[in-house]
Design a binder for this molecule. Sequence first.
Ligand code: GN1
Ligand code: MG
Length: 365
Amino acid sequence: MNDFETTKVLEEIGKKFRLPGQFYAFSVVKNGNINATYKVTFENEDGSLKAYIFQRINTFVFKNPVEIMENIDRVTTHIRQKSANKPALHYHHTAEGLNYCYDGESNFWRVMNYIDSVTFDTSDDLYVVASTGEAFGQFVMQLSDFDGSILHETIPDFHNTGKRLEQLFKDEEADPLGRVADCASELNYIRSVSGMARRLSDRFLAGELPVRVTHNDTKSNNVLFDKDTKRPLVVIDLDTVMPGMAIYDFGDAVRFIANTSAEDEPDTRRVFFDTAKFRAFCKGYMGQVKGSLTEDEINNLVLATFSITIELAARFLDDYITGDAYFKVLYPGHNLVRTRCQLALARDIMRKFDELTWIVNEAAK
Ligand code: GN1
Ligand code: MG
């Protein structure tokens, strides 16, 4: 879509949600590999501006977006009750009372309040890193008394690592686009660690680890911070809130925030797992959840970090092998670059396993 077409659609959606004022401007919010997100501003009659977040949901990934909106409604209502004086996510409703609508092309849209804030893809400020840990720890606590059985499993087997790996090896076998030749060493490494990488998720499925309500996409840029105080305000992107493993949420968060480079850094010599950031995150997180995670969970935080990193590498690689239908790619081979970056990170986590375990134990004291 060009800007003109985008404007037309955003105006149409704004009308369906009965937003006051005249369409003024939009900008694309770039982080996110799945949905399309826009900041859209409307001008009121008195000339003041009001911003909203518009999102077009990727229905190839989210097959049942209505269920997602039901989950989000339930979870945000619960969180709002618990933290009454903090900013919270609010979804707008159409005249029919729905918190979503379709455009003329049958795309699925939702609109939420814009919260004036900053996000961090990465930060060298350990205070910000610790605050991110605090925010995700708080999220665990806010939902600790929420009945997860009422949530839809919006993406079945989302963090079933064993299944992800099996799918990858199946697609390697089929090699539909002849791309397997480009990634033999990556596949071999994943194969060599697959028993270890799937252990926790297999134990979870066997009922050996507690079922909690989890976020399932705990990247640091899913926490909004106050611009001035740098205090965390709210955790966003609740699309994948489902019953799951708390320790995978922890692992996914440090996978992202403790990486010394971007998630898709092409030069893997720059990819390391930063132990100082890991320590800071642990401190913020443990300060919230201490006493509510089991000993078994605490003992497996580092393995969870390794496992989710391998799982994501497997997902990127599988998407590469099968034609990049799932993750948005910005250039050919992007998913292979992402894979290599995650594998370099996993290797470094493995090298530092004992040191990281020690750091967790210190933070858990
Ligand atoms: C996707 O689109 P985004 O950035 O919220 C993905 C996550 C991955 C992440 C990697 C529904 O999240 O699982 O960890 O990319 N979300 C989905 O950046 O698959
Ligand atoms: Mg997400």
